[in-house]
Design a protein around this ligand. Structure first.
Ligand code: PLP
Length: 396
C-alpha cells in the first residue's frame, strides 16, 4: 500500500491521540530504576493518580500491562477459587471480564442483558437481597462498555448493593471512562477500579492501573487465588519506598507524569464537561443529521467517550470503516462480536476538540456516501457544528 499523506485521523475508542508534550516527555535515556533519585518520579505518579480516581482512602498500583491484566489482578488478589461473582454482559468487554472470571475458577453468575443497555441495577439488587448467606463475594460492573457506547451509573450499582445490605466487593472497569467521564472511587464505594493508559490518559497502551480500597486490600490477606506477577503484596512492599518488584517501563512513568500534569492543567471537571459537549455534537450528527440510530438504546445509556452507530439494514459497516481508512486516512472503531458489520464507532475521548473531531464526522459521512448509504451530504457536519457553536462549555 502506498503512503497516504497527512496525519492519520485516529478516532477509535482507544488507543487515543497522544499530545506532543506527552510524546516528548517519554523520549528519555534509560536510567537505573534502583537509583536513589528514582522514587521521586514513582511516588509522585502514584500519589497524583489518586486524584484522578477521586480516592484518598484507596491505593493505586501500576503494572506493565493493559486493562485486561488489571481485570485479572483485581480478581486474583481479592478472591479464592470457587468464590461467587455476580456480573452482567452487554458487550465484548463485559463478556471478556466474565469469561476471565470463569477461566480463573470462580463461580460466575452472568446476567445477559440486551446490547445497547447497561448494568441491570434492579436485578443486581434482587439477586443480592436473595443472597442471604453472602455467597457472592464480588460484583462486577463495566462503567463504559466500549463495544456499544453504553455508560452505566456506578452510583446506582453502589445503591443496589447498599439497599441489599450486601458486603461483596464492588469491582468496576473504567478502562474507557476514567479521566473522561466522572468517576468517584471513595464516594461510590468502589473496591477495585480497573483502568489502562491508552484512553483517557492519552498514553500508549502498556500501563495497567488499578485502584484498591482498604476493604479490597484486607480481602487480599485471605484470598488464596494463585498470583505472582500481579501480586499486589509484592507491589505494595516495593512501592512503599518508590520502587517496583521488577523493571518498570520508565518512559511510561515519565509519560504518565506528563499526562497527569496535562490533566490537572485542564482540570478534571473541565475534561468531563468537554467530553459531554463533544459527545453531544456527535450524537447530533448521527441522529439529527444522518437520521441514523445509536446502538445505545436510550439517553440514560449514552456514552460520552464513544458512539456506536448502526448502519441501515443491508449495508456493511466494516466497508465504511475500511474505505474511511484507505481513502481518507481516518481510523474508525470496528464493530465487535455480535455487532460486527452492523456498527462503526467514533471514539471521542482523550486529547481532542470540536474541530479535530469534525474530521471524524466528515470522514464517516463521506465514507457512508461512498458506500451508497443514503445520508444527506453535509448533514452530520451541519448538525454537529450547530450544536458545538452554541453550546461550548465555560471553563471552571
Ligand atoms: N474494558 C474495556 C471497557 C475496554 O474498552 C477495553 C479495551 O478496549 C478493555 C477492558 C481491555 O483493555 P486492554 O485492551 O487495555 O487490555
Amino acid at each position: 500500500m502506498s503512503r497516504i499523506a497527512g496525519r492519520n485521523h485516529l478516532y477509535v475508542p482507544g488507543p487515543t491521540n497522544t499530545p506532543e508534550r506527552i510524546l516528548r516527555a517519554m523520549v528519555v535515556p534509560q536510567e537505573d530504576h534502583r537509583s536513589p533519585k528514582f522514587p521521586e518520579l514513582a511516588l509522585s505518579v502514584l500519589a497524583d493518580l489518586k486524584k484522578v480516581f477521586k480516592t484518598t482512602e484507596g491505593t493505586i498500583f501500576t503494572f506493565p500491562a493493559s486493562g485486561t491484566g488489571m481485570w485479572e489482578a483485581a480478581l486474583t488478589n481479592t478472591l479464592s477459587p470457587g468464590d461467587k461473582v455476580l456480573c452482567s454482559r452487554f458487550g465484548q468487554f463485559s463478556h471478556l471480564w466474565a469469561d476471565m472470571a470463569q477461566r480463573l475458577g470462580f463461580e460466575v453468575q452472568v446476567l445477559d442483558v440486551e446490547w445497547g443497555t447497561g448494568v441491570p441495577y434492579d436485578q443486581y439488587e434482587e439477586i443480592l437481597r436473595a443472597d442471604k448467606e453472602h455467597k457472592i463475594k464480588a460484583v462486577l460492573a463495566c462503567q463504559n462498555e466500549t463495544t456499544t457506547g453504553v455508560s452505566s451509573d456506578i452510583a446506582k450499582v453502589r445503591k443496589a448493593m447498599n439497599n441489599a445490605n450486601h458486603p461483596a466487593l464492588l469491582m468496576v472497569d473504567t478502562v474507557s471512562s476514567l479521566v473522561s467521564i466522572d468517576f468517584r472511587m471513595d464516594e461510590w464505594g468502589v473496591d477495585c477500579t480497573v483502568s489502562g493508559s491508552q484512553k483517557g490518559f492519552m498514553l500508549p497502551a502498556g500501563m495497567g492501573i488499578l485502584g484498591m480500597s482498604p476493604k479490597a486490600l484486607k480481602a487480599m490477606e485471605t484470598a488464596t487465588s494463585r498470583r505472582c506477577y500481579f501480586d499486589i503484596g509484592d507491589m505494595m512492599r516495593n512501592n512503599a519506598t518508590g520502587y517496583f518488584p521488577y523493571t518498570p517501563s520508565i518512559p511510561m512513568l515519565y509519560g504518565m507524569r506528563e499526562a497527569l500534569n496535562t490533566i490537572f492543567e485542564e482540570g478534571l471537571e473541565n475534561i468531563f464537561a468537554r467530553h459531554e459537549y463533544l459527545a453531544n455534537g456527535v450524537r447530533a450528527a448521527v441522529q439529527e443529521g444522518w437520521k441514523l440510530n445509536l446502538c445505545a438504546k436510550a439517553p440514560e445509556w449514552y456514552s460520552n467517550t464513544v458512539s456506536a452507530i448502526l448502519v441501515p439494514e443491508g449495508f456493511d459497516a466494516a466497508k465504511v470503516i475500511s474505505n474511511a481508512y484507505n481513502k481518507y486516512n481516518l481510523s474508525l472503531g470496528a464493530g465487535l462480536s455480535k455487532v460486527a458489520g452492523k456498527v462503526f464507532r467514533i471514539g471521542h475521548l482523550g486529547d481532542l476538540n470540536a474541530l479535530s473531531l469534525m474530521s471524524a464526522i466528515a470522514g464517516a459521512e463521506m465514507s457512508m456516501l461512498d458506500n451508497g448509504i443514503n445520508v444527506t451530504p453535509g448533514s452530520g457536519v451541519a448538525a454537529a457544528s450547530t450544536y458545538w457553536r452554541t453550546n461550548a462549555p465555560q471553563a471552571k
